[in-house]
Design a protein around this ligand. Structure first.
Ligand code: FES
Length: 106
C-alpha cells in the first residue's frame, strides 16, 4: 500500500491510500478527488489527468514516453518541467506520491 497526496490549487490536500499497480489518475477518480478528470481512461489521448509531480519524486518514475510528452503539450494548464499525466504514474508498495493538481483540466 502507498499513499497519494493530492494538493489542490487552493491549498487543500487530500490523502488517499491506494492500491499498488493502479495509477494516480484511477486512484483519484475512484475517490472523487477534484480536478483529475481522466476522460480517456488512461489511453494517453486526453491530458485531463495532468498533475505536477513533486520535484524530489521525479526520479521515482521512468521519464515520460513520447506519447505522454506529446499529450502534455495539449494540457489545459501550461506544462512545467515536473508535469506528468497521472494515468502513467503507478503506485508502488512503500512509495508515497505527492502531486499538485493544476487549476484547469478542460
Ligand atoms: S486519462 Fe487521458 S491521458 Fe491520462
Amino acid at each position: 500500500m502507498s499513499k497519494v497526496f493530492y494538493l489542490q490549487p487552493d491549498g487543500v490536500e487530500k490523502v488517499i491510500e491506494g492500491t499498488d499497480g493502479e495509477s494516480v489518475m484511477t486512484t483519484a477518480v475512484k475517490n472523487g478527488v477534484r480536478g483529475i478528470v481522466g476522460q480517456c481512461g488512461g489511453a494517453l489521448s486526453c491530458a485531463t489527468c495532468h498533475v505536477f509531480l513533486a520535484e524530489d519524486e521525479l526520479d521515482n518514475f521512468s521519464a515520460p514516453s513520447e506519447d505522454e510528452d506529446d499529450m502534455l503539450d495539449c494540457a489545459a494548464t501550461d506544462r512545467e518541467p515536473n508535469s506528468r499525466l497521472s494515468c502513467q504514474l503507478l503506485l508502488r508498495e512503500g512509495s508515497d506520491i505527492h502531486v499538485t493538481i493544476p487549476s484547469s483540466q478542460l
